[in-house]
Design a binder for this molecule. Sequence first.
Ligand code: UT7
Length: 340
Amino acid sequence: MAADASRQLSGRHLKGRPQMTLSVGNASSARIVGIGTALGERVLTNEDLAEMVDTSDEWIIERTGIKQRNIGGTTAGLAARAGTAAMEVAGVDPSSIDMLILATTTPDRCVPASSSRVQEALGLDCGAMDVNAACSGFVYSLVAGHGMIAMGHERVLVIGAEVLSRITDWTDRATCILFADGSGAAVLERSEQGSDLLGWHVSSDGSMEEQLYCEHDGYIQMAGQAVFKKAVLVMEESARQSMKQAGLTADDIDVVVPHQANVRIVETACKRLRIPYEKAAMVIERTGNTSSASIPLALDDAVRSGRINEGDNVLLVGFGAGMTSASALLRWSGAPARAS
Ligand code: UT7
């Protein structure tokens, strides 16, 4: 009997059926209490790129919306800066963190996980793990963090950090104009006032692997148009799943914080969702595509500029290599943010 019951819950048994969405309910009583960010050391403008490959400022702005990006540093170094800023602005001591989750596609070494180096650098006394869900990684980790607090932790530090410049081919104009380095962090804390997570959704479609990948010691390989087309669809689908779980509609969304991949992808996804593009928090013009750091970087900017306020319905939504997608609908807790 027991074996039958456990098989019914297994992923294998569910294959081919509609994706299961777990209920959030009251168990996941956690909230974001602080956001922090960091950018790579050096600014690289479109003009700089035009001296390196056959491209132009006009082409890059028109096709992507990017004007400049930051590069340089290490994944652990950027993560530690963002994590420090998040803990300081949240007013929490490193010793009070129960778990560190680091979303990254660019660990400083294959082994060990970069999260262990960050744990040491920040003086944390807790478990630490890396999550690789590409550009969806921060949202995957945020959802996992809520789950860990539901299972008993008090505080979880969630960080997205990338040094994509390390796996970018700087002679390939089709990719080098997009990618950049940075980090964003959030402190999650148990809350007696209920969860800020109203709905969430994560997904993966491994059949898309060849469209966007990087071999060991290689560079990012990307079929740009194929990724573009699929990205729009999976962002829409993931956002709809989170809104449905939350019992909200597109009209209820105050701010969308999308993965900063390409302005045109975000415009198209917003249009399909019937959410005005003006509600999208965008930093891509200044940051480029920083993969798992891109959503917290945009979130930080929107909070600091006063675009996101306590009580707002905030939709985080992204996609990435895999192809993964993820979304989280948050009722904003009023947490402060700080850039390092
Ligand atoms: O985190 C997820 C990561 N990936 C993405 O989000 C990528 C999604 N895809 C995209 O953002 C877009 O497909 C790109 C920005 C990568 C490319 O834009 P596009 O509008 O799809 O351009 P395209 O690939 O169709 O290329 C159009 C033309 C081509 O020339 P021809 O064949 O029309 O003569 C390219 O060779 O533009 C050329 N081109 C460039 N020209 C100037 C490609 N890259 C460049 C460049 N500068 N950097």
